[in-house]
Every structure is written in C-alpha cells, then in structure tokens.
Design a protein. Structure first.
Length: 168
C-alpha cells in the first residue's frame, strides 16, 4: 500500500510540478502565497532533488532518466522566473488599483486579462514539460504514469474510493 501511495504521489508531483511553481507566485490565498498574500508557504521549489528521487522510486527511473528530467525541470524553472515576477507585479497593481475600496473596472480588467494570459502560457508550458518528461520514459513507465495520473485526477486529488489493499 505504501509503495502504491508513493508511486501515485510521485507522478502527481511530476504532472503538476511546473504549475505549482507558477501558481506559488500568483495571487494570495489562491496560488500558494498563504491567506494574507505574504509569501507563507514559499521557500521551497517543487523542482528539488526530492521530487526526482520520489519519481525515480515510483517509476523505477534509470540514472540517465533522472539526469535528463532534472535538467528539464531546472530549465523550466529558469524560463518561468520572468512570468512569476510579472504575476507578482500584477498582484501589486491589483492591490493598488483596489486600495481603500476604489474600483476602476478598466484597470482591474486589464490586470485580470494579463494575468489570464500568463496563466494560459503557464498551462501550455506545463503540458509541454509533461510531454518532454513522457518522452524520456519507457513505454512501461508511461503506462504506469498515466494510470497513476488517472487515479489521482488532474490536480493530484484522488477520485472515487481508495484502491483495495494489496494482497500479500
């Protein structure tokens, strides 16, 4: 049962890792900055060595696969930094535009539209990263990853009843 859980958790981290990083720099309370938008919960990257180790165990990755995936994740992290910085800037602009109860719909819409575009770009990058990682996996590893992803759902949440305990 523990191995099944680790395998499922590993692939969930893989599939949503890029998105989590991007969302961790977005709007407070919604994207991981904590309920007050002060950055609580930040300071660790989903691209850390622990994630690749976990994936390695769940999917039985070779050392070459681990190296390739680490390189992909590091490159994705670096490429996403300007987008994350802009998301933070947009949050400050939104706070300024709505401070003291003021509301300028045109400003708020402009901020919201740019934010939406950045999040769409992030979604595309996430799926591109998923495709690249799947390209590194063997046919068997891909099948296992897909199976785990289906059981966990698109955001890493289990759907339906838990699987039966393994027979030993």
């Amino acid at each position: 049962m523990r191995n099944r859980f680790l395998a499922i958790a590993g692939i969930a981290v893989l599939v949503i890792g890029a998105t989590v990083l991007a969302l961790g720099h977005g709007l407070p309370g919604v994207y991981g900055q904590g309920p007050r938008g002060r950055g609580e919960g930040r300071g660790h990257s989903p691209f850390g060595p622990g994630m690749v180790e976990h994936m390695s165990k769940a999917l039985n990755l070779t050392s070459d696969q681990q190296t390739q995936i680490k390189a992909l994740l590091e490159a994705a992290h670096t490429a996403a930094e300007p987008r994350h910085a802009r998301l933070q800037e947009l949050q400050k602009l939104l706070e300024a535009a709505t401070a003291n109860g003021q509301f300028d719909e045109a400003k708020v819409r402009a901020i919201a539209n740019e934010h939406a575009q950045l999040m769409a770009d992030q979604m595309v990058e996430h799926e591109r990263m998923k495709s690249k990682v799947f390209g590194i996996l063997t046919v068997e590893q891909r099948a296992k990853a897909e199976e785990m992803h289906k059981r966990r759902g698109p955001h890493g949440h289990r759907h339906g009843p838990p699987p039966p305990p393994p027979s030993e």
